[in-house]
Structure formats: C-alpha cells, structure tokens
Design a protein around this ligand. Structure first.
Ligand SMILES: [Zn+2]
Ligand SMILES: [Zn+2]
Length: 134
C-alpha cells in the first residue's frame, strides 16, 4: 500500500516538476494515467495538495475557478489569458518589495502575496491582430 502510494506520488512529481504551464489536477491526472493506470483524479488531487502542504509545489489561483499547480515555489507573478485560459509566469517585479510595502501599512503578519495579471497571451494577441486587419 505504502509503496503504491509513493510510486504514484513519484509519477505525479515526475510529471509536474519541470512544467511551466501550471497544470490543473485534471491535466496532471491525464498526464500520469499511462504510468499509473489505476490512479484516480481524487488520488492525484490529494497527492498534489499534500505536495503543496510540504512545500514541494505551490498552488496558483488566477480567478478561473480551478486550482493550478506550479513546481516553481519562489515568489513570482502570473498572467492569465482571458481568451484561452493559459497561465504564464511573468519574471521580474520585486515581490519582496511589494510585501514590505504592504507590511509597512499593516499591523498584522503578512505571510505571502498573490496577484495576477490578465489580458491576451502572445498567441492570442497575434490571432487578434490578424482578425482585426481583415
Ligand atoms: Zn491566449
Ligand atoms: Zn508560476
């Protein structure tokens, strides 16, 4: 039982560890199904949440109602495309400075920061441009 559990967790980790597209639990499930045919979506979700709780991955919520998972646990900003729903990392932006700035105006204890940009991703910007030139 324990070995089966950790083998499934290993498959999930192998799938997600290098990804930059912030897959949902369902995308991870579809991705590991071939390696673990008996795995269920619920098991994938529970393992992902466990990995989040132990700090291996982080969750990203970008207002689309589903939880995305991100192996990049350092503070960074996200962009969501309002057309295709893609979640993209945005490098740059001093997250630490934003936290300090907020802390300067707040007497409680700030433990994290979450924000996202939205608009059209590069691909959708391109197809929007071709459409409007018709
Ligand atoms: Zn897009
Ligand atoms: Zn990210």
């Amino acid at each position: 039982m324990a070995t089966k559990f950790s083998r499934q967790r290993q498959a999930i980790w192998d799938f997600i560890k290098d990804r930059t597209d912030h897959p949902t639990a369902e995308a991870v499930y579809l991705g590991v199904k071939s390696a673990c045919p008996n795995i269920s979506l619920g098991t994938v979700y529970r393992n992902l949440m466990l990995m989040r709780d132990t700090g291996m991955i982080r969750t990203v919520e970008v207002g689309d109602g589903v939880i995305h998972f991100d192996p990049n646990t350092t503070d960074h900003n996200h962009f969501i495309c309002t057309n295709c729903g893609k979640v993209i990392d945005i490098d740059g932006g001093d997250v630490e400075a934003i936290k300090q700035e907020a802390a300067a105006h707040f007497t409680g204890r700030i433990q994290g920061y979450s924000a996202y940009f939205y608009g059209l991703c590069p691909d959708c910007t391109k197809s929007a441009a071709t459409k409007t030139t018709e």
